[in-house]
Design a protein around this ligand. Structure first.
Ligand code: NAP
Length: 518
């Protein structure tokens, strides 16, 4: 609740400030106009195939983080609307789960085709409400759509098993059946892909879903849901509610009709959902925060290491769960790497994501900038040096300068926690053992990166890292065909790939007995 109050306060401040208006430009207006003309600017929730307002008429403003302008208002929903969304998902479940795999597959494929057809409008919407550069937004649309395409294919491959029976008059079968109604809660940093990565497999398996997107980025979710309806996914299969997050969350948790919660977001909220799932013993998948180490060994190819760590650190202005959070650099290459890395960071262009050439957009809100400032101040007060950036960008709003901080150590917040912003901390280390010990010295365990030319070291270190994903000489590793997820407090379960299907399936054993002829 406290978290939410901060968010809403931040928004109020943004819209009421005069200063923030001065950056208004024609690009956002033209983009919004184009989205409106395409019919994809949806501003109501979706319950049982009907577009609905909140029952008490309350609304939330959705703002462009680059300008502070209000893009649209959406309903601020709560328990009542969520209860109706659950009922609609529950009543539709019996028909959707009984369709053949081929029928569900076809509907998903149609949805994929429509997302790709409207990729430009969806990308504009992502940039408007989330702030990422348009090129990255287009990348997200392709990435997000790839989950729908992949799982439309996987729908046809949900195989069971026949187990050799211990008695001759018996046959033992294993069936895979859909879990039932799914509650999906998603964050703002990937407004489309974090939804499709959950809804794709859920629908493919025969589940129905109630999605709660972030209050910061509901418009992309609503546009995607509209395309799902157009694709022939029946009303009630996919429902969208947004607004009062704790109230919506509690309603999903308490309902005995909801059989699974899938969540992507902060570790703090994930823990609350895990606790809340206990009373109805729900199946649970959690994709939580990271604290990714990016280890550059003395024997790394420096160009590959700089390119890879730059991509791993600064994508979405450092606001991804797999962003390199600590760049550990071996002493022998430290100076050379730092120099080349700073040069590469200097080449990045900060600005409105709609402007061609922008590679760094704004942070999502004021609270995010304050967190970055706190982490940088903590590091400098303990002896680290800011060697590039280190302050708010002169564009104002929530823009922050791409920053490099050197001589970071284990005592600093930049080492211990996820900064979720455009700050690259460089941490020197001596030996491979030191690097592994530092990398694993965290409760998080989502993504890790290593840069080395040695094949034996690649294997050794990959196996020693307590992480769910490891990139070797590569900074961008997510793909729909590979399993994505964390260990330790970074989460439970996997998304994407064939493993992502298991999260939405129950295993049922059927014993057929007395099969002797009489
Ligand atoms: P967040 O504050 O946890 O929010 C995530 C979602 O949870 C939003 O929809 C939010 O709603 C909702 N929420 C907040 N409080 C809730 C409650 N009490 N009950 C139910 N729902 C609640 O996280 P965020 O700031 O949006 O996202 C950033 C975090 O997500 C980072 O830690 C990042 O590492 C993590 N992340 C992880 C992955 C992964 O795959 N592991 C991927 C992306 C991001 P409102 O926004 O409407 O308040």
């Amino acid at each position: 609740m406290a978290m939410r109050r901060v968010a809403l306060q931040g928004r109020h401040l943004l819209s009421s400030s005069h200063l923030f208006r001065r950056h208004m430009s024609t690009e956002p207006m033209a983009a919004l106009d184009r989205i409106r003309k395409s019919g994809l600017l949806k501003t109501q929730g979706l319950v049982g195939g009907k577009w609905v307002d909140s029952y008490d008429g309350k609304k939330i403003e959705v703002q462009n983080p680059a300008t502070g302008d209000v893009i649209a208002s959406v309903p601020c929903m709560g328990s009542k609307e969520t209860t109706d969304a659950i009922s609609s998902a529950y009543s539709t479940y019996s028909s959707w789960s009984k369709l053949t795999a081929a029928e569900r597959s076809k509907a998903l494929r149609n949805w994929y085709d429509l997302i790709i057809k409207h990729k430009d409008e969806l990308a504009l919407l992502i940039t408007l409400e989330q702030g990422k550069p348009i090129k990255e937004a287009l990348g997200e649309v392709n990435y997000g759509a790839s989950f729908i395409e992949f799982f439309s294919e996987e729908a046809k491959r949900i195989y069971g098993d026949i187990i050799p029976a211990p008695l001759s008059d018996r046959r033992l079968l294993v069936l895979k059946q859909p879990v039932g109604v799914v509650g999906a809660i998603t964050p703002w940093n990937f407004p489309l892909a974090m939804i499709t990565r959950k809804v794709g497999p859920a629908l493919a398996c025969g589940c129905t879903v109630v999605v709660k997107p972030s209050e910061y980025t509901p418009l992309t979710a609503l546009a995607a849901a509209d395309l799902a309806l157009q694709a022939g996914i029946p009303p009630g299969v996919l429902n969208i509610v947004m607004g009062n997050a704790p109230e919506i969350g509690d309603t999903l948790l308490k309902s005995t009709q909801v059989r699974k919660i899938t969540f992507t977001g902060s570790t703090a909220v994930g823990k609350k959902l895990m606790e809340g799932s206990a009373s109805t013993v729900k199946k649970l998948s959690l994709e939580l925060g990271g604290n990714a180490p990016c280890i550059v060994f003395d024997d790394a190819d420096i160009d590959v290491a700089v390119k890879g760590s730059l991509a791993a650190k600064f994508r979405n202005s450092g606001q991804t769960c797999v962003c390199a959070n600590r760049i550990l650099v071996q002493e022998g290459i430290y100076e050379e790497f730092a120099k080349a890395f700073v040069k590469a960071v200097q080449g990045m262009q900060v600005g409105n994501g709609l402007v061609e050439g922008t590679s760094q957009g704004p942070l999502i809100n004021e609270a995010a900038v304050q967190k970055v400032e706190k982490f940088v101040n903590d590091a400098t007060s303990k002896g680290a040096n800011v060697i590039l950036g280190g302050r708010r960008h002169n564009l104002g709003m929530t823009f922050y300068e791409p920053t490099v901080v050197s001589n970071v150590n284990r005592d600093m917040l930049l080492f211990k926690d996820e900064v979720f912003g455009p700050v690259a901390p460089l941490v020197p280390f001596k030996t491979e053992e030191d690097a592994i010990s530092m990398a694993n010295d965290t409760n998080a365990g989502l993504a890790a990166y290593i840069f080395t030319k040695s094949i034996p070291r690649s294997w050794r270190v990959s196996e020693a890292l307590e992480y769910g994903l490891v990139g070797v000489n590569e900074g961008i590793i997510s793909t729909e065909v590979a399993p994505f997820g964390g260990v330790k407090q970074s989460g439970l379960g996997r998304e994407g790939s064939k493993y992502g299907m298991d999260e939405y399936l129950e295993v049922k054993y059927v014993c057929m007995g007395n099969l002797k002829e009489t």
